[in-house]
Design a protein around this ligand. Structure first.
Ligand SMILES: Cc1cc2nc3c(=O)[nH]c(=O)nc-3n(C[C@H](O)[C@H](O)[C@H](O)COP(=O)(O)OP(=O)(O)OC[C@H]3O[C@@H](n4cnc5c(N)ncnc54)[C@H](O)[C@@H]3O)c2cc1C
Length: 232
């Protein structure tokens, strides 16, 4: 059982929801893992299960942060968007095999699209804590300016950690965008020269995961860990 803490609107359709653990009062998880909610689905007698990655640091045990986008009419996201501060909810987990590995000899490449940033945010926080001197690169793909969030936070993290490189790219930028544009796949193609000492973590839709996996494989062999949110 958990109590809904702070709810933050991050964009027109993305929300961050804090859950304070009540019973049990704390949680242990590996950076990258998810929790699952059983939610009612209209027209179905039984609830359906929807997983959501934990975006907060695994060092924080008394509360977790979720980041999700609203899918119109979707039972999982509608349920979570319906929660108000102070409500109670329950979930199962943590679970999942997409978590930050212990191998401390590799440089890390994280690639996310949309709310696929959630587990990767947790992993980056954990990685910077345990090995601040090892290179970490994040490529994050969003659609347009109205979909941007956490840019100041990422800028502050990168300013505090010289080995962290962050590139947010917009696939459909409105005029005036000064940053990278195009898909994350193109960034991987253009900016990753060698994969020989790399571990790669991908999270988002199936299209990105398939395309980035192919680009990485074309450059050589390295471990690739993947979390597919949905089929495109
Ligand atoms: C391990 C795991 C962790 C996940 N963690 C997160 C998370 O941290 N944040 C988050 O926003 N989502 C996450 N998802 C997706 C989430 O579980 C739901 O699938 C999503 O919220 C849609 O569920 P729904 O019941 O609202 O919609 P449904 O009725 O199940 O409709 C889903 C359909 O909406 C489309 N869609 C658009 N955007 C998304 C999206 N972001 N995810 C899934 N489908 C989408 C797809 O075409 C999909 O077929 C995760 C999925 C997995 C497998």
């Amino acid at each position: 059982m958990a109590e809904v803490g702070r709810i933050q609107g991050l964009t027109h359709d993305v929300r961050a929801i804090e859950l304070r653990l009540l019973e049990p009062a704390s949680i242990s998880f590996k950076a990258g893992q998810f929790v699952s909610f059983e939610v009612p689905k209209e027209g179905q007698p039984r609830p359906v299960t929807r997983p959501y990655s934990i975006a907060s640091s695994p060092e924080q045990h008394e509360r977790i942060l979720l980041v999700l986008n609203l899918v119109e009419g979707g039972p999982g996201s509608s349920y979570l968007f319906g929660l108000r501060e102070g409500d109670r909810t329950s979930f199962k987990g943590p679970a999942g095999a997409f978590y930050l590995r212990d191998d401390e000899t590799k440089d890390l490449l994280f690639v996310a699209t949309g709310t696929g940033i959630a587990p990767i945010w947790s992993m980056i926080l954990a990685q910077l804590q345990r090995q601040p001197d090892r290179p970490v690169t994040l490529f994050w793909g969003l659609r347009s300016q109205r979909d941007l969030y956490w840019q100041d936070e990422l800028e502050a993290l990168a300013a505090a950690h010289p080995h962290l490189t962050v590139v947010t790219t917009l696939s459909r930028p409105e005029p005036g965008w000064q940053g990278a544009s195009g898909r994350v796949t193109a960034l991987v193609e253009e900016r990753i020269s060698s994969v020989s000492n790399l571990a790669v973590y991908l999270c988002g839709g199936s299209g990105m995961i398939k395309d980035v996996t192919a680009r990485i494989n074309a450059k050589g062999l390295c471990p690739i860990y993947r979390e597919k949110y949905y089929d495109e």
